[in-house]
Design a protein around this ligand. Structure first.
Ligand code: MN
Ligand code: MN
Length: 461
């Protein structure tokens, strides 16, 4: 009977039972690179900037130099307003044969400073914020924060702002009530316990010398002016993001897990970036996308719904075929994270179809909610194709759904790629505490996602 079971049943194995010593070394090496990237990339702009550095070091040049169709082995990148990045390595086949595209996003949930953020109350200075993406607001109080972003000045120049990154730099916090006085607050639901307008960042406390009102606000504005040469009016044309100030760290006594902010979805962004940087001359042109605005619906010029993508593909085609023709023969891995089974909260998952830590890159045939509403739903043929690619490439993979039926749900950029007539499937890293200020992944799954991305770019058909 055991033989029968072996032959007929689908059996998953823990990744650590499948790896040899050499592969474990390769895994550690890959994860060191990923952790460095994640630490340096606290915002979408920084994620793009760091990726451009790596791409240029790997011989990629600006796609603005591209004259005619992309040539086999040619490596180009194009930064979309510094917030999204598109890269390509020319394939042996022409663009009319389609391309292999991997699409991840580099924006992450955070607290954006409002356009008029600064105020003073009871002689304490604050920045007002408006949260970006899906957050559990209570998680963002009483943790150290950094502020990163840009201020666009009236003379057309842009001032970069980073406060709190360097060890001796000051950081910020959003205060919360002490338990002793939280009797009323503790009666509220988690959703209502901390309100959006209460997510104000403590910015300072020393008043400006002299008499009058708003002396603390004045002192803070004066410090900002010293540091960046800006006034309160300049903040109106600024994008300043408060992000968690945690260092990326190994977690667990066995160091098998990675803790850090923004792993959704910089973990997949780095995987496809590392894969494309190592791709030399694929069969079909390899395209790598680091998109912005996924967390709020992929809208805007830097989001995946933007025609900036068409413009880039048009450049790669160089007049040899229509963009639509290229799309129709293409294959997309929508590289985004999924929810790992959390043994502390098994009730939200259906175990047989949940992704598990250390079981490898997780494919999602569909996302969406309720009756698969809003899902792209990859075809059986496409799932079969990716399954074969991964098996041939020595990639440990698992199939998953994000949560139980009717428990909730989520989406990725997959539907916007499929809308373009590109065969698309979701695949990515299972995450614990997704969207929290400090998210957890497993090194094994990070590494296998990278191997999956590599296998897709290097497909022989
Ligand atoms: Mn995501
Ligand atoms: Mn997300």
């Amino acid at each position: 009977m055991d033989e029968m079971k072996k032959a007929l049943f689908y059996q998953q194995k823990n990744g650590y039972d499948l790896m040899d010593a050499a592969e474990r070394l390769a895994l550690e090496d890959y994860c060191r690179g990923y952790m460095r990237y994640l630490d340096a990339a606290r915002t979408e702009r920084e994620a793009v900037k760091e990726a451009v550095k790596l791409a240029e070091a790997a011989g990629f040049v600006s796609a603005e130099n591209l004259d005619g169709p992309i040539q086999p082995g040619q490596k180009v990148y194009w930064s979309n307003r510094g917030k999204a990045l598109l890269l390509a390595v020319g394939g042996k086949k022409p663009m009319s044969a389609g391309f292999v595209v991997e699409a991840a996003h580099v924006d992450a949930p955070r607290l954006d400073l409002k356009q008029l953020p600064l105020f003073e109350d009871s002689e304490l200075g604050y920045f007002r914020t408006h949260y970006y993406g899906g957050i559990k607001k209570y998680q963002w109080t009483a943790i150290p924060l950094e502020i990163h972003g840009v201020v666009s000045l009236k003379d057309g120049t842009t001032q970069e702002v980073v406060i709190g990154r360097e060890p001796d730099d000051p950081q910020f916090v959003i205060t919360d009530l002490l338990p002793h006085l939280a009797a009323d607050q503790m009666q509220k639901t988690l959703a209502k316990g901390i309100e959006g307008e209460k997510l104000c960042i403590l910015a300072g406390s020393v008043p400006y010398a002299g008499e009058g009102s708003d002396r603390v606000k004045l002192a803070i504005m004066s410090l900002l002016n010293d540091r960046y040469g800006i006034t309160e009016a300049d903040l109106i044309s600024a994008e300043l993001e408060a992000v968690p100030a945690f260092q990326v760290r190994e977690l667990g006594l066995d160091r098998s897990l990675i803790g850090g902010y923004g792993q959704d979805d910089r973990v997949c962004a780095y995987a496809e970036l590392a894969a494309v940087l190592e791709t030399e001359e694929p069969e079909r042109t390899a395209v790598c996308i680091l998109a912005d605005k996924e967390e709020i619906g992929s809208m805007g010029v830097s989001g995946m719904q933007s025609r900036a993508f068409e413009r880039f593909i048009e450049k790669l085609c160089g007049g040899t075929c229509s963009v639509q023709e290229a799309f129709s023969h293409s294959f997309c891995v929508s590289a985004d994270v999924t929810a790992a089974l959390d043994p502390m909260y098994p009730e939200v998952s259906e175990k047989q179809n949940a992704s598990r830590i250390n079981y490898g890159v997780a494919f999602c045939k569909y996302t969406g909610s309720r009756g698969k509403s809003g899902a792209s739903d990859a075809s059986a043929e496409l799932v079969g194709y990716l399954r074969r690619l991964c098996d041939e490439g020595g990639v440990t993979w698992q199939m998953c759904e994000l949560g139980k039926v009717d428990q909730g749900g989520g989406g990725t950029v997959a539907l916007y790629m499929a809308d373009r007539d590109i065969d698309t499937i979701d695949a990515g890293v299972p995450v614990l505490s997704m969207h929290a200020p400090f998210e957890t992944t497993s090194k094994f799954d990070c590494y296998m996602t990278y191997k999956c991305m590599k296998a897709a770019y290097n497909a022989k058909d």
